[in-house]
Ligand binder design. Structure first.
Ligand code: ATP
Ligand code: MG
Length: 422
């Protein structure tokens, strides 16, 4: 038996309603906030991610699914959505001036990372993301964060904290990087990766998952002591708008986010009770990225949320999703050709009338069909036999109460059908 690859999951037919509920909630909320959906490829040229996510990021350094296609081009399965979304926005002229700015888009994608597989950490996973192109104002940051926070409210998640920080711009980061180099340079115990990070991008050390590095990082200098006046004002404004909107947050000066492209605002939503993979949503501002990928300078920001982690958090916090829909009618038959045809036609008529119907597409006995109707949770079941053909009426059993009714489906007269079958 061939197994599914490590780090992938199958979403089974009886579980999919949870996904559909979450996806529907997200799409509706995104529309209310003025975001439009965008779809873009699962794979891109490797260079896109190398350039946008940054050589020193975990993603580019060790997590990408990269291969040469048959034409010898290096291709990578998208490890996240922002790079592809930005590439698509530039390539299709959304940021060229022909379209109004800001452009606000959302996506719901699969993403691929070669990870150490754990609960809430997969190799194929799903991300819902939103991006805003064309505003440098803290009002844009506040609106985006408020949208994110509304997602959790709408889904009923309560035990979730928003942490925000500013990591400044390239100007303030130079001074900060210097301070970090000086601080971390004293510790020989840093992991090998962090020793490299010390040279390329010392801020990345603050994001290291090794317990030793984490401990050392506790006393590292904090960015908020190094950011310039412009970045500081931006952050102060953001905080006051969030206050106005009633979005609760704490400032966590240790959030740096895993990608090289962030500037100024960064934020995370952390759910309690999910363990180490509690970060359900992360995002921030990336004012330099559009230019980096070859577009014209466009301040921008966005977030991505892991749907698997969101569902874990919902389960952990006891939020149940009710399963709507389901089969209303099971229409079976006693096995003769005419009866079988009649059952099929009845089902078709009911479906035209917007009913959810399953019919008999097997050679099962009546008893087995009723058992099936019960197992699939049909609300009513009826069997068409000789007498039904003769009378033109179908007796329906209410599967919950056992009560039998002769149902005239939404006024449809079945007599003509029977004539027709005869
Ligand atoms: P972590 O620090 O947990 O590795 P990250 O910083 O790599 O997360 P992002 O790149 O910010 O994560 O992705 C945004 C969100 O996508 C995360 O907050 C998480 O909910 C989800 N996510 C990221 N990687 C995975 C994964 N391997 N499996 C499942 N969900 C993931
Ligand atoms: Mg990661």
């Amino acid at each position: 038996m061939i197994q599914r690859p490590k780090g992938t999951e199958d979403i089974l037919p009886f579980d999919v309603y949870k996904w559909q509920y979450v996806e529907k909630t997200l799409a509706e909320l995104a529309a209310r906030y003025g975001f439009n959906e965008m779809r873009f490829p699962v794979f891109e040229y490797t260079e896109l991610f190398a350039r946008s996510d940054g050589e020193s990021s975990d993603i580019v350094g060790k997590e990408m699914y990269t291969f040469n296609d048959r034409g010898g081009r290096s291709i990578t399965l998208r490890p996240e959505g922002t790079a592809g979304a930005v590439r698509a926005a530039i390539q299709n002229g959304l940021l060229s001036g022909n379209f109004p700015l800001p452009q606000k888009i959302w996506y719901n994608i699969t993403a691929y990372r070669y990870e150490n597989v754990q609960k809430g950490r997969l190799r194929e996973f799903h991300q819902f993301g939103a991006e805003v192109f064309g505003s440098e104002s803290p009002y844009a940051d506040a609106e985006l964060i408020s949208f994110a926070s509304q997602i959790f409210k709408n889904l009923g998640l309560r035990d979730i904290n928003l942490e925000i920080n500013s990591i400044g711009c390239s100007k303030c980061r130079d001074n900060y990087a210097e301070a970090l180099r000086e601080y971390f340079g004293q510790f020989d115990e840093l992991c090998d990766t962090c020793k490299t990070r010390l040279k390329i991008n010392p801020m990345r050390i603050l994001d290291c998952k090794s317990p030793v590095c984490k401990k050392i990082a506790e006393d590292a200098p904090i960015i908020l002591d190094y950011i310039c006046d412009e970045c500081k004002n931006h952050f102060d404004d953001l905080k006051s708008i969030l206050g106005l909107l009633g979005v609760d947050y704490t400032v966590n000066p240790r959030i740096v986010r895993g990608l090289d492209y962030y500037t100024k605002t960064v934020f995370e939503f952390i759910a309690n009770g999910v363990g180490t993979q509690g970060t359900v949503l992360g995002g921030g501002r990336y004012d330099g990225l559009v230019e980096e990928i070859g577009g014209k300078h466009t301040p921008a920001l966005g977030f991505a949320m892991g749907i698997e982690r969101l569902l874990l958090a919902m389960t952990e916090q006891g939020i149940s999703v009710s399963q709507s829909g389901g089969t209303e009618y099971y229409i079976g038959d006693t096995g003769g050709k005419k009866e079988h045809e009649m059952a099929m036609l009845t089902a078709s008529i009911l479906r035209v009338n917007h009913c959810t119907v399953q019919t008999n597409v097997t050679e099962k006995s009546v008893k087995a069909q009723m058992k099936y109707a019960d197992k699939i949770g049909a609300k009513f079941a009826g069997i068409i036999g000789e007498s039904e053909l003769a009378s033109g009426q179908i007796k329906l059993k209410n599967m919950k109460t056992g009560e039998e009714v002769i149902k005239n489906f939404k006024g449809t007269d079945f007599k003509w059908l029977i004539q027709w079958v005869k």
